[in-house]
Design a protein around this ligand. Sequence first.
Ligand code: FES
Length: 261
Amino acid sequence: MKVFGAEIVSNEEVAPGLRVMWLRTPQLGQVTPGQFFMARCGPGIEPLLRRPLSIHRIGNMPAAGSNTGDLGLLYDVYGSETSALLDKEEGDELDVIGPLGRGFSVHKDSKSLLLIASGLGISPMVALADVEVKRGRSVVLLAGAPTSSSVYPPDLLPAEIEVQIATEDGSQGRHGSVIDLVPEFWEWADEVFCSGPMDVYRGVEQIARGYGYRKRVQALADVGMACGIGACYGCTVWTRQGAKLACKDGRCFNLRDLLLS
Ligand code: FES
């Protein structure tokens, strides 16, 4: 974990209310999809708390395109923290702590990966897809969003992956929840990864249980994080092994271990 100022390369909207900030971070080192950074969003003491932002893109991946930096962070413009990021421009500095937490791990024998994302949960899944197609694995990404305007642009995804979309209002892809897309790909997948709110995890867990938990399913704990470094105990999640901190013990957990009340 490091604290450093990263130079902003770009800060652009990719969909309404959804932006990617590219950073130049020569001191980045080794990062794993599913890890995150805590970013100081404003120029001064306000907003007081840093905001956790998942690793969304890693610069040396072909799908990241040209004119990018080393690290891409996706954020939605919501609340005072990320609204403050809107003012950041090329050449400005973003104060970050990271990389933090435990990211996804992919078994060496897994060839077919099913990625399930809902809402801003798409952010780490794009990083995972980037990395794993580069390693030669087959990836299917199931992405859920409220409406077509909030769907992550498919043309920004690696061309090698299959993408299926579900929208709650039926304006793009399947009408309904991303969970409705899962059964079609379940048996094909060697491993499953999900990122989104609890109702998505409940839906995936129900499917996994129906198949007798025969494959590993990893999920990123979707909880607020105030410090990101294990100091505030504000990110407690309950697991079969007891209370864990999302920021230090996760955010990646085996879905079967999470108590999804
Ligand atoms: S966010 Fe403070 S302990 Fe995890």
